[in-house]
Design a protein around this ligand. Structure first.
Ligand code: PLP
Length: 397
């Protein structure tokens, strides 16, 4: 049996979503742009899905584009904005964004753009003073994520967008909301009214992989990134992924109906997991615990052992989680998010992320609570830095 606690990476498709999209993989396969009668209901299904998602997020349906994923939406925001505004060459982002943002920023730096990366404090909170200082007359775009995929730390988007627009209304404000759409309240006609563009991805909330969304506020200077056919009012070429668009709308509908109850339950389970781990294991801490966090995410720093070892052992017991570090070209690079948070060296390599969903059960959390301390104890017993008998790090000369 698999215990799946890696829902920030991707989520299983909800059964209702699968049911809703199946007809569009089978008999309702027509191209929504075709002129014959059979295509009418398909076009209708796409537009209904658009209206449903737009309403949930407080946007006009004409402001929502369907894309293939958040990465495409993010590329659209950056490259669409720079091609519509070629004179301004300064971008502001944070030091803890997902690679979908940071790699685009690096590419733009190679093309002559200047990028300011705003740092965070030990809890993962954005350094607001630095943010304000970096806003300049030549700033084109601010790109800040809503919720961090590794730690779950939530950034104050409403406040950041307001400060940006008060400083210079011409600066475009983009928000990567991939981890928060359907999980945190987002209203583009409410608190997010000063956000110009926003990206999300269906597979983070129980829709399939391969479908994403992109909000572009009416009047925002942003050119098409995917150039091709006239789909999406000429703003994104490519035949619409009808089944997955319908599926994503269904996923939004379910999330909207169950959000309040799910959030309470998930947060309770996450807190149970964290308190049990903190109580049973010495030299552990929760990264970002002092900041506002997503209720489903727990990033646990286990000092003096490697995260990869923990993951491997968890996996052997059927538990799927993820580590803060990524294996790049044979060398273990610590997570850029934990590095930016100044997580000590002894824990940066030993951080584990558990991310829950509405399908996570209490019995699953109890199983992790049972196995995790055993795994840590075993790995520490093999570590030259750990004194097993004293249950503390070995004193070094
Ligand atoms: N942004 C954030 C914060 C993410 O967590 C992810 C995926 O993990 C992405 C962007 C990219 O999403 P996708 O792979 O669906 O393009």
């Amino acid at each position: 049996m698999t215990i799946y606690l890696d829902n920030n990476a991707t989520t299983p498709i909800a059964p209702e979503v699968r049911e809703a999209l199946l007809p569009f993989l089978q008999q309702d396969y027509f191209n929504p742009s075709s002129m014959y009668e059979s295509a009418g209901p398909i076009r209708h299904a796409v537009e209904n899905a658009r209206k449903q998602i737009a309403e949930h997020l407080g946007m006009q349906h004409t402001e929502l584009l369907f894309t293939s994923c958040a990465t495409e939406s993010i590329n659209t925001a950056f490259f669409g904005a720079i091609s519509a505004n070629p004179r301004r060459k300064h971008i502001i982002t944070t030091a803890v964004e997902h690679p979908a943002v940071t790699e685009v920023c690096k590419e733009l730096q190679r093309r002559g753009y200047e990028v300011s990366y705003i740092g965070v404090d030990r809890q993962g909170n954005l350094n607001l003073g630095d943010f304000v200082r970096e806003l300049r007359p030549d700033t084109l775009l601010v790109a800040v994520m809503h919720a961090n995929n590794e730690t779950g730390v939530v950034f104050p988007i409403e406040r950041l967008a307001r400060i940006t627009k008060e400083t210079n209304p011409e600066i475009l404000f983009f928000c990567d909301a991939t981890q928060s759409v359907t999980k945190l309240p987002i209203k583009m006609n409410g608190p997010f009214r000063q956000v110009d563009m926003l990206a999300f991805s269906g597979h983070k909330f129980h829709a399939p992989k391969g479908i994403g969304g992109m909000y572009i506020r009416r009047g925002t200077p942003c050119r098409a990134f995917m150039i091709g056919g006239h789909q999406e009012s000429g703003r994104r070429g490519g035949t619409e992924n009808v089944p997955y668009i319908v599926g994503m709308a269904k996923a939004v509908e379910i999330a909207a109906a169950t959000h309040a109850e799910d959030t309470k339950r998930i947060e309770k389970l996450r807190n149970k997991l964290e308190s049990a781990i903190l109580q049973k294991i010495s030299h552990v801490e929760v990264n970002g615990a002092g900041a506002e966090r997503m209720p489903n995410t727990s990033n646990i720093a286990v000092h003096y052992i490697e995260g990869e070892g923990i993951l491997y052992q968890l996996s052997g017991r059927g538990i799927c989680a993820s580590s803060g570090s990524a294996c790049t070209s044979g060398s273990l690079e610590p997570s850029h998010v934990l590095t930016a948070m100044d997580v000590p060296f002894t824990a940066k390599h030993g951080s584990i992320r558990f991310s829950l969903s509405r399908y996570t059960t209490e019995a699953e959390i109890d199983t992790v609570i049972e196995h995790f301390p055993q795994i840590v104890a075993r790995l520490r017993s093999l570590s030259p830095y750990w004194d097993q008998s004293a249950d503390q790090p070995r004193a070094t000369e």
